[in-house]
Design a protein around this ligand. Sequence first.
Ligand code: IPE
Ligand code: IPE
Ligand code: MG
Length: 239
Amino acid sequence: MKSKQELIKAVKEHPLPRHIAIIMDGNGRWAKKKNLPRLKGHQVGTRAVKKIVQISGEIGLPYLTIYAFSTENWRRPNDEPKAVLSLIERTLMKEIKELDENDVIIQFIGSRNGLPASMLKKMDNAYEMTKDNTGLHLLVAVNYGGRMEIIEGINKLLKEKKDTISLDEFANYLYTKGIPDPDLLIRTSGELRLSNYLIWQIAYSELYFTDILWPDFSQEEFLKAILDFQNRSRRFGGV
Ligand code: IPE
Ligand code: IPE
Ligand code: MG
């Protein structure tokens, strides 16, 4: 197996994707395998997030979008939704200073409906504090659903009484306004589906699936996914 430095060197020989989107899946199964509560899996998962954000900055990736909590995750039993949201909030508070020092822009995307006002405020403040940074642009999808995003965009349009709109204009009605579409989508834990993630934006993304559970996903695995992407031929319907 190649070392991290060797992988970085190999990745730098080809153009980087501009935007990578990740479905961070498998926290619960990781915990179950170790006979730990599911929440422990989510906690250890935040360490993997930190490592992937670091390596993204290190190689100069422009945009990274991570799926932290979906509009469907409210269906989970017990207090898991609440516990996951609280973990996201606490992790943000713990990491914001270092993210800012590392020149990261942190932005949250998702529906604002149903999130506590105190959490929305922290998310807004984090963006305000970092929006002029020039390093990695990190988007965290919280209370995010691709269909909800499209419907919220359409409702905005209806309020503005627009009757026709172009493809490019419509993209400005999404949470990802101004952000280029992902070039590469990575999903961990072996599930082969999109789970309502960025369904508009991902229309032409390259897909990469790995069986590794999110808490075990390493910087090396991330670099391997990028190398795999760099060996693909993207045609966008052309030849
Ligand atoms: C992904 O891990 C994190 C969230 C959806 C919040 P899961 O919690 O879905 O883990 P599995 O799929 O049950 O293993
Ligand atoms: C997608 O994972 C959502 C996040 C990673 C936050 P899920 O574990 O919720 O997706 P399904 O239920 O397996 O489709
Ligand atoms: Mg899952």
